[in-house]
Design a protein around this ligand. Structure first.
Ligand code: PNS
Length: 177
């Protein structure tokens, strides 16, 4: 029987519970799902590419048919490279629709055989975005329930100067020791 693979592209800065919810849904309808992390040198992300890759890998280790890879260039070219026949994207609210429709139609123009499949995350994630998570964490608010605990911890380490200092001291004494 023909196996259907999809890619789930994004910048995942940081990955959220909304992303995880979509990965879970996508893994149930596609035989293979590749979470495709964009290597975008134009943007100044909060988390480095290796940090985001590690977080995504840890979040998805329980899914047998999901793998995480990085890519650059056009999403459609990357989809062709990994033999995917669909691009998975999440739509949270009407406000996402216009941008997603434009991107889906442009991708179809570039690669007519490739379908974009939209899925809706659970309602509790319909107002959740990486941008808001970054902003809340940077301003000292709680991101509990919005991101996995491990991501919450990484955010604390990244943003709390005291934890940063502890880590720097720890790694210095480890180097000396
Ligand atoms: O995390 P995001 O910002 O929602 O992801 C956007 C992404 C990575 C899907 C989009 O920017 C993208 O596909 N970039 C790769 C370059 C490309 O193919 N551009 C043409 C899109 S029509």
């Amino acid at each position: 029987m023909r196996k259907v693979s999809a890619i789930y592209p994004g910048s995942f800065d940081p990955p959220t519970n909304g992303h995880l919810d979509l990965i879970d849904r996508g893994s149930k309808i596609f035989d293979q799902l590749v979470v495709a992390l964009l290597r975008n040198p134009d943007k100044a992300p909060l988390f480095t590419l290796p940090e985001r890759l590690r977080m995504l890998e840890s979040m998805t280790e329980g899914f047998k048919n999901v793998r995480v890879e990085t890519f650059d260039g056009l999403t459609v070219d990357y989809a062709a490279k990994v033999n995917a026949s669909a691009i998975l994207r999440g739509i949270r609210a009407i406000s996402d629709y216009e941008y997603e429709l434009q991107m889906a139609l442009m991708n179809r123009k570039l690669h007519p055989e490739l379908e974009t499949v939209f899925m809706m995350p659970a309602e509790q994630y319909s107002y959740l975005s990486s941008r808001l998570v970054r902003e809340i964490a940077q301003l000292g608010g709680s991101v509990k329930d919005l991101v996995p605990e491990m991501v919450e911890q990484r955010l604390k380490e990244k943003l709390d100067p005291a934890i940063k200092l502890q880590h720097a001291r720890g790694s210095k004494s480890r180097k000396r020791g």
